[in-house]
Design a protein around this ligand. Sequence first.
Ligand SMILES: [Zn+2]
Length: 188
Amino acid sequence: MKKTRLVGTLLSVFILAICIPTSAFADFFAGGRSSAKFNAYYDSSVVTYGYEGIYDTARASWGGISSNVAIGKTTSSSGLPDKYYVGFSADPTFLGLSSYYDANGNPVNNNVPRAFTTFASYNNNLIVYESPASSAVRISNAIHELGHTLSLAHTTQSGITDSVMFQGVQTIGPQQYDKNQLKAKWGN
Ligand SMILES: [Zn+2]
């Protein structure tokens, strides 16, 4: 009797354990590009502010997780690449911003197909968090924004302690939860 109950309890724990990761909850957008293999075009502001290496690192950080995800780089703005910028925001809470567009350049939301994304880092707000010798915050912020360009949403699921898709100042790259969400969206 006692043994049976223990087995039942263990079985319940096991079922719970295998059900949690496969729950319907998702921290990614329904919309996005039709493919997660695309190119990024760097605006001249990226060079002006010295963000080329930062954006190269951020793009590479999302590689090798899903065989269907790769953000390349192009020197041509034609063909609807994603467009990366560096700018200034008078609102100190704005660290970066991703905006989504259809093929005609009209803004669209997260939950419909999009043709391309523009992404900007707000340098004046980011550099207050680190010394000029470090780019850890700027890299992490770029990784976060590129997560949005790959249709990842902000992490809201409870129990997750580490995620580059949390809002706020961080110095991390894609964590296991982020990688799982990327694969849930785009496949392995
Ligand atoms: Zn965000």
